[in-house]
Ligand binder design. Structure first.
Ligand code: SF4
Length: 405
């Protein structure tokens, strides 16, 4: 699997908790679209081998601030330089306060086939606290517009563990969301990220994160209600019905490669991770000088790749045991025999279809389980790693050459 990610760094107004890179200077969108198209072409020049893309994801920021014409230009530039398979999943993140019937219909005609709405809450007071720009009614309307435009794959994000959030409000949010019947739901706990206004409020004693036990309780309620409503959990925070999992996210969690564009975007090509400048001005200067806007890059060694694979896969659909052994020469069932038996006894995990996968009770203690497994892998790496030879190239991986001027 191979993916393309495009970061659209504009929002009408910053939400209180958000640490994604975005600016409120929406008057600069048209110029940014020029720059982004230039970066897409520039990056294609530097990649000798470009695999076919199975997924495209417009994230941000607020991609739905782009007009149909701007979106069309980006899609055309992408298709000109990258082979996107006909059945590719193409997602656009949308803020419910920025969509119209006309815009969503045009997006659908451009080949976008999945929408992801940042809803977060249906409670007016919570939305105001988070400084979201939309009302609960606009979220209802957004879903209606999406279905009328022909989208049969729609995600909605929901947030819990807001300061002082009561169990009743959280349950009501879930029931309301389930009533809208999105195909996919992402449910996240509110994080107080450093550098955000919310974090500053906490430092002044004006906002308190939910207590750990309350957060865990809300999470368990969420898992139970969503499970009862037919949403199967396939990652710590993600639930899908009728198998409509987000292919783009599954690609990240499986350690597959992706090429990314836009300020602050992170990409992973060959064994190299790179990230673009987190500044629209700097990003634009580099691209207009025909230089890739890469702020930095790193090459993961095999050991780091192994830890990352274990971490990501355990949190998602489970560790593919034979693939893990094939790639890293480590048999998890042997090195973590006692832990796995303990996890199975506690109904935290099971081994199914060749994967070591978490069960709902296991997702609730996912951090602890991941830590214990990584600790075992570290011990294993410390004792045996030096004797192994990983220099051989895998021939099923795309081979890239990424040159930074
Ligand atoms: S709309 Fe999304 S990206 Fe923009 S500030 Fe809010 S959470 Fe962040």
């Amino acid at each position: 699997m191979f993916g393309l990610y495009l970061h659209i760094p504009f929002c009408e107004k910053k939400c209180i908790y958000c640490d994604f890179y975005s600016v409120e200077r929406t008057g600069e969108i048209a110029r940014f679209v020029d720059t982004l198209c230039k970066e897409i072409a520039l990056r294609a020049q530097y990649s000798h081998t470009i695999p076919q893309a199975n997924t495209v994801f417009f994230g941000g920021g607020t991609p739905s601030l782009l007009s149909a014409q701007e979106m069309e230009r980006i899609m055309m530039t992408l298709r000109e330089h990258y082979a996107i398979i006909p059945e590719a999943e193409i997602t656009a993140e949308c803020n419910p306060g920025t969509v119209t019937q006309e815009k969503l219909t045009a997006y659908r005609q451009l080949g976008i086939n999945r929408l992801s709405f940042g809803v977060q809450s249906f409670d007016e007071k919570e939305l105001a606290y988070l400084q979201r720009i939309h009302s609960p009614e606009q979220a209802f309307e957004a879903m209606d517009l999406a279905r009328k435009a022909g989208f049969d794959n729609v995600n909605m994000d929901l947030m819990f563990a807001l300061p002082e959030q009561e169990i009743g409000t959280w349950k009501k949010n879930i029931h309301t969301m389930v009533g809208l019947q999105p195909d996919h739901i992402s449910a996240y706990s509110l994080i107080f990220e450093e550098g955000t206004p919310l974090f500053a409020l906490m430092k002044k004693g004006l906002a308190n994160p939910a207590k750990e036990e309350h957060d865990a309780h809300l999470y368990e309620i969420g898992m139970e209600l969503l499970g009862n409503a037919g949403y199967a959990q396939y990652e710590v925070s993600n639930f899908a019905r009728n198998g409509q999992e987000c292919k783009h996210n599954v690609l990240y969690w499986s350690g597959d490669r992706y090429c990314s564009f836009g300020p602050s975007a992170h990409g992973f090509l060959g064994d190299e991770r790179y990230w673009n400048y987190r500044s629209l001005r700097r990003y634009s200067e580099y691209v207009h000088n025909s230089t890739l806007p890469i702020a930095n890059k790193e090459t993961l060694n095999k050991e780091e790749q192994m830890f990352e694979r274990a971490f990501l896969e355990l949190r998602a659909k489970g560790i593919r045991l034979s693939k893990f052994e094939e790639d890293f020469s480590v048999d998890i069932k042997t090195i973590a025999k006692e832990e796995i038996e303990w996890w199975i006894q506690n109904s935290w995990a099971h081994i199914n279809e060749g994967r070591l996968s978490l069960l709902p009770k296991g997702y609730a203690v996912c951090d602890e389980l991941t830590l214990s497994l990584i600790t075992l892998l570290e011990k294993q790496a410390a004792t045996e790693w030096q004797q192994k030879d990983f220099t051989e190239e895998r021939d099923d991986e795309p081979s890239f050459s990424l040159t930074v001027l």
